[in-house]
Ligand binder design. Structure first.
Ligand code: AP5
Length: 214
């Protein structure tokens, strides 16, 4: 869990690569619908909300996420959920799902603590690879790059990474919005917190430590 720009995707990709965990980002699943020939008109309409920085309908999130979780858990995989839970209603629905699937005692919530101010700065500078999904942090060198250093794919700026939509996302999905969800999980005693203000490598080290991976 973390506000937009807290590094959920960045850290999930590192763990997925190093430990073979499966990274399930509801944002990525929703963006993939745009090019899915089987997506319904209703589903495509939901994406308009995403482009405006608002949350999409709960049912669509459950459909995409629960299917992806089940598929991977049934194959014996460990799953990292990235941004999958963004309201108390969703937290409760996921909890019912976890209980039904006998997963409830296996869940750890990682709280990536970041200020809304740092989030805004990061998101206005982000680029992503169209082919491999690599997320590129800001640096004066990276600002000029047009192709991915990992795979040579084209770099793009997400349609929701413009200043107005970033502000809307931080208002609707920032620290005020996620505080009650973290309280809910604190009540279950399953929250581990990391300081996401540090640089990417140091956050990674802290994540591994609190998750007792090393
Ligand atoms: P989603 O794609 O999940 O976007 P988000 O939550 O806004 O989060 P981001 O992907 O923007 O940020 P991140 O935390 O992954 O940070 P990143 O690693 O990229 O969701 C998009 C939309 O889908 C939502 O707005 C909503 O409409 C919809 N949606 C999704 N799930 C939903 C749900 N459950 N219910 C309803 N609607 C839902 O890092 C950001 C930048 O910072 C990058 O450039 C990165 O390189 C850099 N960076 C990362 N870590 C560091 C660091 N430590 N130091 C310096 N730079 C860093």
């Amino acid at each position: 869990m973390g506000i937009p720009g807290s590094g959920k995707g960045t850290q999930a990709k590192i763990l997925a690569k190093d430990y073979g965990f499966v990274h399930i980002s509801t944002g990525d699943l929703l963006r993939a619908l745009e090019t899915d020939p089987n997506a319904s008109v209703e589903e495509l309409n939901s994406l308009k909300k995403m482009k405006e920085g608002k949350l999409v309908a709960d049912d669509l999130v459950y459909k995409l996420a629960f299917h992806a979780i089940k598929e991977n858990i049934n194959n014996g995989k460990v799953v990292i959920l990235d941004g999958a839970i963004r309201s108390i209603g969703q937290a409760e629905e996921y909890q019912r799902f976890f209980l039904n699937e006998n997963l409830a005692d296996k869940i750890v919530v990682l709280d990536m603590k970041l200020s809304d101010e740092t989030a805004y700065k990061r998101l206005t500078k982000r680029k992503v690879c169209k082919d491999c999904g690599y997320i590129i942090p800001y640096s004066p060198d990276n600002e000029k790059k047009l192709v991915c250093e990992k795979c040579g794919g084209e770099l793009y700026i997400r349609s929701d990474d413009n200043p107005a939509t970033i502000q809307e996302r931080i208002m609707k999905q920032g620290n005020n919005a996620i505080a009650p969800i973290l309280d809910y999980y604190s009540g279950l005693g399953i929250v581990k917190t990391v300081n996401a203000e540090k640089d990417i490598q140091d956050v990674d080290l802290e994540v591994r430590k609190v998750l007792e991976l090393e």
